[in-house]
Design a protein around this ligand. Structure first.
Ligand SMILES: [Zn+2]
Length: 475
C-alpha cells in the first residue's frame, strides 16, 4: 500500500507539465473545423461535449499553455470563443464555445519534417457537405432525365414490333434536351496544415495551386456549357479519398488536381501531366512524385488516422478494374490536349502524359488528371509560379485543352452535345436523335425531303428513338 501512495508522487514530480502547447492552428472547412495543437512533447487528451451553452472541452494531461489563444481567428468555423484554464494543478483545459452541433474526433500525430508532436481535434458538422454549393434539386432532376434518355438510346435503332406499337408515344415531342453543363471538379492540392512542397524562397505549394485553381474556376464558369466545382475552397485539408468522393457526389464529368511539386534537387523544371497507372509508374520521377503526393495524408492525418473506408478496399478494387479502362482512355486523351497547350506557355518536364499511382486519381468512373504546373524547388520556376500572368497562362492552357476535348467528345445530355447535334454537324452526314425531335423537323433542319431521309435510313414508319443515329443524305 505504501507503494501505491508513493508511485503517483514519484511519477508526477518529474513529469509535471511535460508538454507545452506552443501554438494552436484552426482550419475552417464547410463541413468541419480542425484544431491543431502544436505540442512540445506527446500528450494524451480527453475530449467531451457539454450543453447549455453548447461547448467542447479539451483536457490535456500534464500540459501548460505557452501561447495566446485569443489571437486564434475563428472566422468561418463553428467556434465562437475559446477559453483556457488550469485543471487538477498541472493539466490544461481548453473550452470551445460552439454555435452549432458538432461530432468531435481527436488523434495525436508524431513529429515529421514540418511539425513536432500534434494533437488534432476535428469537429465535423452533421449534415453539411464539403462543397460550398451542393447540386440543387432541379439539377438532380435534369440528371434523372439524362439517365432516361440514355436508356432510350440503348434500345434505339431497331424497328421492333414493340417500337412500332410505340409510334404514338415516339411521335410526340419527348422531354426537352437537358442541355446540362459539363462539370469540372477542380482540386487544388494540399491545404490547411499540409502546405505541400515549399520552394527555396518560401513559396508554399498549397497557395500557388489555389491561385491557379481559382483562375481555372473563373475560366470554366465563364464558358458556356461548363461549370466548375471546387473540391477545396479555402485553406483547409481534405483527405485524398474524400476529394474524389466529393467529385462523385457532384457528378463531375472530369476531375483535375492542381499541384506544383518539388524534387530533391533544384534542377528539374517544367510542367507535367499525370494520369493514373494501375500497374506502376512510367518513370522514376513519376514514382517519386506519386509517393510524395500520397504522403499528404500522413501530414493531414485524415485517412491515415481515421480510416473509416478501409473495409471497402476490396470492393473499390473490383469497381476500379471494371470501369478504369474506359476512364483511363479518356484521361489520357484529355491529358494529351492539356499537355499540348501547356507546352506553349511553359517548358514541359516530360513530353507525354505520364502515369503513376496517385491516390487522388483513383476514381474509377471519372476521368482525371493531376497537373504538376511546375517545380517549386527550381528557383526560377518558383518565381514564375508566383507571377499572376504566368498563373493565368497556365490556367488558360489547362482549360483550352479540356474544352477542346469536350467539344469533340461532349457527354450525352450536355449543352455541348446539343449544340453539336443541332447547330453544327461537322461531318455533314450523321445526326443523333435528341429528345423532342421528330422526323419532319430533322429533315427540315438539314434541308432534306422526309422521304429521302427515310429511304436513306431504311425507315418504314415515323418511329425514331432518342440516341439513334440517322444518316443524312446529301440533297
Ligand atoms: Zn502536391
Amino acid at each position: 500500500m505504501l507503494f501505491a501512495v508513493l508511485f503517483p508522487l514519484l511519477l508526477l514530480a518529474p513529469f509535471a507539465q511535460s508538454a507545452q502547447v506552443d501554438n494552436v492552428r484552426l482550419w475552417a472547412a464547410p463541413d468541419h473545423a480542425r484544431l491543431v495543437f502544436d505540442l512540445s512533447g506527446h500528450a494524451e487528451a480527453d475530449i467531451f461535449l457539454l450543453d447549455n451553452p453548447r461547448r467542447l472541452v479539451i483536457d490535456l494531461d500534464d500540459s501548460g499553455l505557452n501561447t495566446e489563444l485569443s489571437s486564434l481567428k475563428l472566422d468561418g468555423s463553428a467556434i465562437t470563443a475559446v477559453r483556457s484554464g488550469v485543471r487538477d494543478g498541472n493539466g490544461l483545459r481548453v473550452v470551445l464555445e460552439l454555435s452549432r452541433e458538432v461530432e468531435p474526433r481527436h488523434f495525436t500525430l508524431p513529429p515529421n519534417d514540418q511539425y513536432g508532436h500534434r494533437l488534432v481535434v476535428d469537429m465535423e458538422y452533421p449534415g453539411e457537405s464539403a462543397v460550398q454549393n451542393p447540386i440543387d434539386p432541379i439539377e438532380a432532376m435534369i440528371r434523372e432525365q439524362e439517365i432516361v434518355a440514355s436508356r432510350g438510346s440503348a434500345e434505339g435503332g431497331e424497328s421492333t414490333p414493340r417500337a412500332q406499337a410505340d409510334t404514338a408515344i415516339a411521335s410526340q415531342p419527348a422531354a426537352p434536351h437537358p442541355r446540362r453543363d459539363i462539370i469540372i471538379a477542380i482540386d487544388p492540392g494540399h491545404g490547411g496544415e499540409d502546405p505541400g512542397a515549399i520552394g527555396p524562397g518560401g513559396t508554399r505549394e498549397k497557395d500557388v495551386v489555389m491561385e491557379i485553381s481559382r483562375r481555372l474556376q473563373r475560366l470554366v464558369d465563364d464558358a458556356e456549357g461548363f461549370r466548375a466545382v471546387m473540391i477545396r475552397d479555402g485553406d483547409y485539408y481534405i483527405g485524398l479519398r474524400q476529394r474524389t468522393r466529393i467529385a462523385r457526389e457532384q457528378k463531375a464529368d472530369f476531375f483535375i488536381s492542381i499541384h506544383a511539386d518539388a524534387f530533391n534537387s533544384p534542377r528539374p523544371n517544367g510542367s507535367s501531366v499525370y494520369a493514373l497507372s494501375q500497374r506502376g509508374a512510367t518513370s522514376e520521377t513519376a514514382q517519386w512524385l506519386a509517393a510524395s503526393e500520397n504522403q499528404a495524408d500522413l501530414i493531414g492525418g485524415v485517412d491515415g488516422n481515421l480510416s473509416l473506408n478501409d473495409k471497402d478496399e476490396v470492393l473499390r478494387g473490383v469497381l476500379l478494374d471494371l470501369t478504369m479502362t474506359a476512364t483511363l482512355n479518356d484521361s489520357l486523351a484529355i491529358g494529351g490536349q492539356v499537355l499540348e497547350r501547356l507546352g506553349r506557355v511553359n517548358r514541359l518536364h516530360k513530353s507525354r502524359v505520364e502515369q503513376a499511382g496517385f491516390m487522388v486519381l483513383k476514381s474509377p468512373d471519372i476521368p482525371s488528371l493531376l497537373i504538376e504546373t511546375g517545380f517549386i524547388s527550381n528557383p526560377d520556376e518558383e518565381r514564375r509560379l508566383r507571377d499572376s500572368s504566368h498563373q493565368q497562362r497556365l490556367a488558360e492552357s489547362i482549360f483550352t485543352g479540356l474544352r477542346s476535348h469536350f467539344q469533340s467528345n461532349p457527354p450525352p445530355a450536355s449543352l455541348l452535345a446539343w449544340q453539336r447535334d443541332n447547330h453544327r454537324n461537322p461531318s455533314g452526314n450523321e445526326y443523333r436523335i435528341q429528345p423532342g425531335d421528330t422526323l419532319s423537323q430533322i429533315a427540315a433542319r438539314h434541308g432534306v425531303p422526309v422521304g429521302q431521309l427515310k429511304q436513306a435510313n431504311e425507315l418504314n414508319g415515323d418511329v425514331i428513338r432518342v440516341g439513334q443515329v440517322l444518316r443524312i443524305p446529301r440533297s
